[in-house]
Design a protein around this ligand. Structure first.
Ligand code: XMP
Length: 313
């Protein structure tokens, strides 16, 4: 039986022993990094610098929410605006593994820049068990390189510390609740962000489309949850580079396709697609096609994991 209190106590003790000096932690506002930051601040206090890199690949309003969450914690908070650097690095890139590697490496580079400035020697990461299990190595095949693992360059200037390494998602949530973090029930969001929800090249225009589509999916599903529907584990949109013919008013349209994805899961290792009611799917479809220019077809992903993964890339 997993004991949250005992886990926190031991993790704090271990961090105090392991980290001698200043550490930085990458925070994204997700449950994993928030829990790691909270535990880090309990162990290191002022010696912990929380770095939030605004990659431009974040969800709507995310940066504002992250800022308000970490400004409440007793640690040093640093925000880096790096949208242009990420867009430049991703220019022309379509391969999912290449995207992940580029994003991961740029992340680390930015961390290293901040760490050098802050004179930190350690990097605390919110890596959890499924991240490294699915990133391959040893006996396992590489399913996809989760960015906080696959993106690490082989020669690191920072010493990596991963206090949540042995936990599964449901256990991290329990710890978050125990620590009274507001993010406890927040759905997971992948490290490479919206970049892996755009199939094909990542551009500013496509980012705006997928950001708005993900927001509509979240908003409509959460409205239904407020009325009593069971909350899916994760729900979002994916932009496909596939175009199809449609009609807009009395004109021919040739627009792009959005996939709606919603799944039930416990630990992200397996998942089953949510049986969302048709009226909800219809509302999402109508809103996306009405509110987002250039989209004229919405499809619903009815694949479980396995054989699919939760994200499309
Ligand atoms: P998949 O798509 O592999 O996703 O079934 C399992 C869970 O992990 C999230 N995910 C990531 N999280 N870095 C992360 O921190 C990543 O690179 C990454 N890729 C996927 C995904 O959203 C799902 O919750």
């Amino acid at each position: 039986m997993f004991d949250e209190g005992k886990f926190v106590e031991e993790a704090v003790k271990k961090l105090k022993e392991e980290v001698k000096g200043k550490a930085i932690i990458a925070v994204s506002g997700g449950v994993d990094s928030s829990v790691a930051a909270k535990i880090g601040s309990m162990a290191l206090g002022e010696n912990l610098v929380a770095v939030y890199v605004d990659t431009g690949l974040m969800r709507k309003n995310e940066s504002r929410e992250v800022e308000s969450l970490f400004k409440e914690m007793p640690l040093k908070f640093v925000k880096v605006d790096a949208e242009e650097r990420f867009l430049q690095a991703l220019k022309g890139v379509v391969d999912p593994e290449e995207k992940r590697k580029i994003i991961g490496e740029l992340f680390i580079k930015i961390f290293e820049e901040v760490a050098e400035k802050e004179k930190a020697e350690y990097l605390i990461q919110g890596t959890i068990a499924p991240d490294w299990i699915e990133s391959g190595g040893g006996l396992r095949d590489t399913i996809k390189s989760h960015h906080n693992v696959g993106g690490l360059p082989s020669i690191l200037k920072l010493k990596i510390v991963e206090p949540l390494r042995d936990l599964y998602k449901d256990e991290v949530r329990k710890v978050a609740k125990y620590l009274r973090l507001k993010v406890a029930e927040r759905q997971p969001f992948p490290g490479p962000g919206l970049a892996i929800r755009i199939i094909g090249e990542v551009t500013k225009e496509r980012l705006e489309i997928i950001r708005e589509a993900c927001h509509i999916v979240e908003e409509e599903i959460e409205k239904e949850v407020a009325k009593g529907m069971e909350k899916p584990w994760q729900y979002f949109a994916v932009l496909l580079p596939v175009r199809s013919v449609g009609v807009h008013g009395d004109r021919r349209a040739y627009g792009y396709t959005i996939v709606v994805r919603s799944v039930a899961s416990i630990d992200a290792m397996t998942a089953s697609f949510s049986h969302l009611p048709y009226h909800l799917l219809e509302r999402i479809s109508i809103r996306i096609t009405n509110e987002i220019k250039g989209i004229n077809r919405i499809v619903y992903d009815i694949t479980n994991k396995p054989p699919a993964t939760i994200e499309w890339e």
